[in-house]
Design a protein around this ligand. Structure first.
Ligand SMILES: [Fe+2]
Ligand SMILES: [Fe+2]
Length: 319
């Protein structure tokens, strides 16, 4: 049986692919400036500077849009934790190091622009937001699944970038504000380019070490949690977002997991040994179950939404 390649050997083998994809990324990425996406005219001082502090009545966003914005922003805020994980596993050498630095700088822009927008428009409580950021960043990434090592990292970030793309895009729609929508579309376009870099690298790793990489992919897909896991109100906000189509199980399966597996041709390839086949079978079984869970979730969601609508109607009648 062939011996597994070590992480160092894999990084060395894939360095030319990283180089190519870094160049591709730099040629595709467009420069943009956070200040161009924020309605500064809407801003005014808070009490510490003689103005008025935040009050819930000032927010123009729905509960769902608020929950989604805060979840997306806190996820972006936790960048140092993600940087640490990626920098340790992708190495600082050559194209790998350049990519890690560039990716980190681009991600930081996302947190900057979302926070500026939320504070200027008084869309959410800035004190609660700051307290949650402190808690979340102090804890760092709280993933129940161990996604360590290059092979698992590169699989995780492929799905994660695509998941955040979907989430930002749908949050933009939920805000019902053209300015927020434009800002989140801009961020979503970045996340898509990030996803392509990681997807190409993960695909190259699958060609290089098929058994090792399919095991990593199966492990990540079967244990996947959104990157914001562990942040304050993660469950409550996640439920709201799933209930209102910002990021739900069907989107996860059909817009994130399935298209990527298809591009890697996971179910059409014949370069696995028995060991890789086992991991692929486990993945197939998991996806089948996920498909059934989607139907169950949607039935429950429909019933819950119908109950809420009936309650709202009763309250409107009795008011
Ligand atoms: Fe981002
Ligand atoms: Fe990203």
């Amino acid at each position: 049986m062939a011996k597994d390649l070590t992480q160092l050997e894999i990084l060395r083998e894939l360095e030319p692919v990283a180089e190519q994809n870094l160049e591709r990324h730099l040629s595709m990425a467009k420069e943009w400036h956070p200040h161009d996406y924020v309605p500064w005219d809407d801003g005014r001082n808070f009490a510490a500077m003689g103005g008025q502090d935040w009050d819930p009545s000032q927010s123009q966003l729905s509960e769902v849009a608020k929950a989604a914005m805060v979840t997306n922003l806190l996820t972006e805020d936790n960048l140092p934790s993600y940087h640490r994980e990626i920098a340790e596993n992708f190495s600082q050498d050559g194209a790998w190091g350049t990519w890690v630095g560039r990716w980190t700088a681009e991600e930081n822009r996302h947190g900057i622009v979302i926070r500026d927008y939320l504070v200027v428009t008084r869309a959410v409580d800035p004190v609660a937001l700051e307290r949650d950021r402190m808690i979340h960043m102090t804890n760092g990434v709280q993933s129940p699944a161990d996604w360590g090592g290059f092979l698992q990292n590169v699989a995780y970030v492929t799905f994660q970038e695509l998941a955040t793309r979907v989430s930002h895009r749908n949050t933009g729609k939920a805000c019902q504000d053209a300015i927020a929508d434009r800002m989140l579309q801009r961020i979503a376009a970045d996340e898509n380019l990030h996803m392509i870099f990681y997807r190409n690298l993960c695909g190259a790793a699958l060609d290089l070490v098929p058994d090792q990489q399919i095991e990593a992919i199966t492990r990540i897909v079967t244990n996947f949690v959104m990157p914001g896991h562990g942040m304050p109100n993660f469950r409550r906000n996640g439920v709201l977002m799933a209930k209102h189509g910002i990021y739900d199980l069907r989107q996860h399966l059909e817009e994130v997991v399935a298209p990527v597996l298809k591009i890697w041709n996971v179910f059409g390839r014949n370069d696995f040994t028995a060991r890789g086949e086992r991991a692929r079978d486990e993945l197939a079984e998991f996806l089948e179950k996920l498909g059934k869970d989607v139907v169950k979730f949607e039935e429950q969601r429909d019933r819950a939404l119908a109950r809420e609508a009936a309650r709202a109607e009763r309250e409107a009648v009795s008011a």
